[in-house]
Ligand binder design. Structure first.
Ligand code: ATP
Length: 384
């Protein structure tokens, strides 16, 4: 087992801006770290630099205390599980798992012992004589992991291992990978663009954008305290609503009424006139279902419900709002950080499935203003 320490890692392909730009990240021994971000953010390149499949332009890569920048992949003792599993179709499950041991000329008896051990952990014992073609997608995935386990590698590296599977199997495999990683306690780095995988699998999540780390935190912290607009908008489904707000003393004037900030938060927004408030869909509730005792901690407003979506355990309602045109224009001009489609003219709210709200009708909603985030539209920074 080993820790992975990256210090000021840069990857430059050609002349453009770097694919990985000054990344410093320490992954503890036994930790499950997720690298997540949109397509092209540099997550695969970073993973490939850890494993040694890509040269490092500058910076230090230290694994288990050794600087490995100039070490070949085979000398790094890491196991990589690829998207397509890279199984040998003509070999049995046993021989697929045994493959790295055969390469290392491990004696037959030892091979048998280690393959059977791995197959036990992965519940593949009954399938050892089968060929990969006769396995389900999930079983194939486990064979690929078995091959990684038998080597007793220092760390597992996964590059989008579930992206070829259907949604149900993906869910099952996600649980299986999480369980296996906890059981083995092996340092794991896992690349995905899927925020559900990122939020459910890792001890910590590293969010990348254009080669630059945005935030490294536990899934919960990322969700509750995103450092900027990008992270706030990337994590969460349906996504956080961003609304224009103007500062008036210690409160904010928003399309859904006044958000009282209190002295501490008001101090943090001092000097700004125009801001963006970030409201997760579940910060709203159907006002008729809110305890009276709780109501003073938020604001109640009335809005017309455009569309509802009933999901069984919750329902989403889309409520249009009007932001003064000049404010919307000013924000667009100011905010390079906000994609134009993020400043929508409707908010999505997630409320209790028992709510009686109806499409096309007015309804009263309650917003928990204690939870609202406030962003600087210019820098994207979360001010609260
Ligand atoms: P995806 O989810 O689409 O795989 P990613 O976040 O893994 O994306 P990378 O594959 O690491 O992103 O790519 C990061 C950037 O580096 C992209 O702009 C990509 O075009 C560029 N890039 C990757 N490999 C090469 C290469 N061999 N030569 C030149 N540019 C490359």
């Amino acid at each position: 087992m080993a820790s992975i320490e990256m210090s000021h890692i840069v990857k430059q392909y050609g002349d453009g801006f770097p694919a990985v730009n000054d990344v410093s990240l320490d992954i503890a021994d036994g930790e499950f770290m997720i690298l997540v971000g949109p397509s092209g953010c540099g997550k695969s390149t970073l993973l490939r630099m850890i494993v040694g499949l890509e040269d490092i332009t500058s910076g230090d890569m230290v694994i288990g205390g050794d600087r490995v920048n100039d070490k070949a992949p085979r000398d790094r003792n890491l196991s990589m599980v690829f998207q397509n599993y890279a199984l040998y179709p003509h070999l049995s499950v046993f021989e697929n798992i045994a493959f790295p041991l055969r390469l290392a000329k491990v004696p037959d008896g030892e091979v048998k012992k280690r393959v059977e051990e791995a197959a036990g952990v992965l519940e593949l014992k009954e399938h050892l004589e089968r060929k990969p073609a006769n396995l389900s997608g999930g079983q194939r995935q486990r064979v690929a992991m078995g091959r990684a386990i038998v080597r007793s590698a220092d760390a597992f590296l996964f590059d989008e291992p579930l992206s070829n599977l259907d949604a149900k199997l993906r869910g099952q495999m996600r649980t299986e990978i999480a369980r296996l990683q906890r059981r083995l306690g092996i340092t794991t780095v896992y690349v995905t663009h899927d925020q559900t995988e990122a939020m459910t699998l890792g001890d910590r999540v590293c969010v990348l954008r254009k080669g630059v780390i945005q935030q490294v935190a536990s899934p919960r912290e990322l969700y509750e305290q995103p450092v900027n607009l990008f992270v706030a908008g990337f994590i969460g489904s349906p996504p956080m609503n961003f609304l224009p707000a103007s500062v008036e003393g210690t409160s904010l004037s928003t399309p859904f009424g006044t958000v009282e900030l209190g002295a501490e938060r008001a101090e943090k927004v001092k000097g700004h006139d125009l801001l963006l408030v970030g409201i997760r869909p579940e910060y709203f509730e159907d006002a008729s279902l809110v305890d009276e005792a709780k109501k003073p901690h938020g604001t109640t407003f009335s809005a017309r419900v455009d569309v509802t979506e009933w999901l069984g355990d919750a329902q989403y309602a889309y409520i249009p709002y009007e932001a003064p045109a000049e404010i919307a224009e000013q924000l667009k001009a100011l905010s390079r950080e906000l994609d134009s489609d993020q400043l929508r003219t409707q908010a999505v709210v997630s409320i209790d499935s028992t709510s009686r709200i109806r499409e096309g009708r007015e309804a009263e909603f309650w917003l928990d203003t204690r939870k609202v985030h406030v962003f600087d539209p210019k820098t994207g920074e979360n001010l609260t």
